[in-house]
Design a protein around this ligand. Structure first.
Ligand code: PMP
Length: 394
């Protein structure tokens, strides 16, 4: 399938210019069909029953989980299905046995979901070191290296910024962590959907991502672990090998992290989304977004009264671009874009309030985020409409 062909699978793109994919992506018809098929043709609970539907559902569910694992290059590790990235990060925060005096290092580029859980650990005596990017949002690896000390137990970084679109050098960061004996958690909410990801090659310990940002259904995500070394947050049905009145033995594999009935339709839908992205090719997705982002940045930067946020030379990036219009609140710009041209963008702090303060953008930004279904014409419409808005013509 070519990237141009896929647009027909996203009916919302017929009437609207959807440039809010970093918040949640649209879902193509084959993903919806895969979920409907489970519900209408072989719906049953998984992992328990012996009847024929239970066997089919269990088989398809496990295959789906394996396919998602393989999509991120994680065959060698363990993948727990979660509701989203936030829940996956929470499973790490709450699944490790923190001791007073432990340290965590993270950055000011993080989404609240990869910052607030660590700040909360301070209540348990864990110190949190936050590495600041420069005024343009560029992170100096030497600063990060300096923040990873011998008593740092874990480093938590985003793979790609949901505000600036910049991609962090996570392989190098993994090397630093290895040298210091710290574990590495990578927030892949914005990388798994947009660039080829190979968790084994990165060398991280935990990789967290959301299904709904990668063409899959809401309520799905994943926590990949190099080793299944976390205490599960919940125990109960489906997560044990055996139980007596005195105790229980946890299941050895993925199941130990999936107490209770998992999102079966959602996981099957997410695996279909991963297959769909594979059909297009993740390298093609990356190049498509890079091209659209470059066009958008050039177009916006040339406009009077418009400023693009982020480093001047961001290097690798995804199709997320943040900007401001002089004298106008980002929400106002977003509202006019919708009303005047059916262009849907996000505005505000994007769950990155500390970063916004740091970049001296207290009202936040307007954020346009492209994906596989986004066309050059849509980007041009956005630029032309922003030009009119900046001239106060609309
Ligand atoms: N991290 C990043 C970088 C994100 O962009 C997001 C979603 N905006 C999250 C974490 C949280 O994802 P979710 O809401 O699916 O848990």
């Amino acid at each position: 399938m070519t990237i141009e062909d896929c647009r027909a699978d996203f009916p919302i793109t017929r009437d609207l210019i959807y440039l809010d994919s970093a918040a949640t992506a649209l879902t193509p018809k084959p993903v919806v069909q895969a979920m409907v098929e489970y519900d209408l043709r072989y719906r049953a609970n998984v992992g328990r029953g012996v009847h024929r539907l239970a066997a089919v559902a269990t088989h398809r569910y496990r295959d789906a989980r394996d396919a998602i694992k393989s999509f991120i290059g994680g065959e060698s590790g363990t993948l727990a299905v979660t509701r989203n990235t936030t829940e996956a990060i929470g499973a790490v925060v709450n699944g490790l046995d923190w001791r007073r005096g432990d340290r965590v290092a993270t950055t000011l580029l993080e989404h609240h979901s990869n910052l607030l859980p660590w700040l909360r650990l301070r209540e348990r005596g864990v110190a949190v070191d936050i590495v600041r990017p420069d005024a343009g949002g560029s992170l100096d690896l030497a600063d990060l290296e300096a923040a990873v000390r011998d008593d740092t137990r874990l480093v938590a970084v985003t793979h790609a910024s949901n505000v600036l679109g910049t991609v962090l050098p996570v392989r190098e960061i993994a090397g630093i962590c290895r040298d210091r004996g710290a574990r590495l958690l990578v927030d892949g909410a914005q990388s798994a959907p947009h660039i080829p990801v190979d968790v084994a090659a990165i060398g991280c310990d935990y990789f967290c991502f959301s299904g709904h940002k990668m063409l899959g259904p809401t309520g799905t995500g994943g926590l990949w672990m190099r080793e299944p070394d976390l205490e599960p947050l919940f125990v109960g049905g489906g997560s044990i090998e055996s139980a007596t009145a005195d105790g229980y033995i946890l299941a050895p594999g993925e199941e130990r992290y999936e107490a209770g009935t998992p999102p079966v339709a959602g996981t099957i839908g997410l695996a279909r989304a991963a297959a769909y992205l594979r059909e297009i090719g993740m390298e093609t997705v990356r190049r498509h977004e890079e091209r659209l982002a470059a066009r958008l940045i050039d177009g916006l930067a040339a406009l009077d009264g418009v400023t693009v946020a982020g480093p001047d030379a961001p290097g690798d990036r995804i199709g997320v671009v943040s900007f401001t219009v002089e004298g106008m609140h980002p929400h106002e710009v977003a509202q006019v874009l919708d009303e005047a041209a059916a262009v849907l963008v996000r505005s505000g702090h994007h769950c990155c309030q500390p970063l916004m303060e740091h970049l001296d953008l207290p009202d936040g930004t307007v954020r346009a985020s492209a994906y596989v279904y986004t066309t050059t014409e849509e980007i041009d419409t956005l630029i032309a409409t922003v030009e009119e808005i900046a001239r106060r013509a609309i």
